[in-house]
Ligand binder design. Structure first.
Ligand code: AMP
Length: 138
């Protein structure tokens, strides 16, 4: 079954499109978490970051930067968050790769709560976690 974003790409359902090229499309997120909240979406319905080819990701992030600048200026924003949820555990609800551009106007309007676990970790724990990532890269 087609994703809701593929239906937008194929003009089967309405949306507020702000940018489109061969590889990506951008439109307003229906929720407008903040004024100007925009999604940048791959045209091919890759499910998450693990599936997107590197060249497409490079292009998508160039578009993300271009749109971030435009949104920041157009809405006279004071800050801006980029968000990409991958898989349900990380909050993904539409399984078609997308990056949220969320312009910010004040600190309290959106909450991304990251817990600080520093007080429970010693230097060995950091070394072990870094080694796990480095090993997985090779
Ligand atoms: P995520 O939870 O990261 O997968 O984000 C999916 C986003 O898609 C949510 O912020 C929704 O508000 C947004 N969304 C769902 N349906 C539509 C739609 N028809 N038009 C625009 N945005 C949508």
């Amino acid at each position: 079954m087609k994703t809701i974003f593929s239906q937008i790409i194929d003009r089967e359902i309405p949306s507020s499109i702000v940018y489109e090229d061969d590889l990506v499309i951008a439109f307003l997120d229906i929720t407008q978490a903040t004024p100007g909240h925009t999604l940048v979406v791959t045209k091919v319905p890759y499910q998450n970051i693990f599936e997107v080819p590197e060249e497409t990701l490079k292009h998508l992030f160039a578009v993300v930067q271009k749109l971030s600048k435009a949104i920041f200026k157009a809405f006279d924003a004071k800050g801006l968050n980029l968000l990409n949820n991958n898989m349900p555990e990380a909050g993904q609800t539409v399984f078609h790769y997308h990056v949220h551009i969320i312009p910010r106007y004040e600190k309290e309007e959106v909450t991304f709560k990251l817990t600080n676990h520093m007080s429970t970790l010693n230097s060995d724990a950091y070394k072990k976690r870094a080694a796990m990532i480095i090993a997985a890269l090779s």
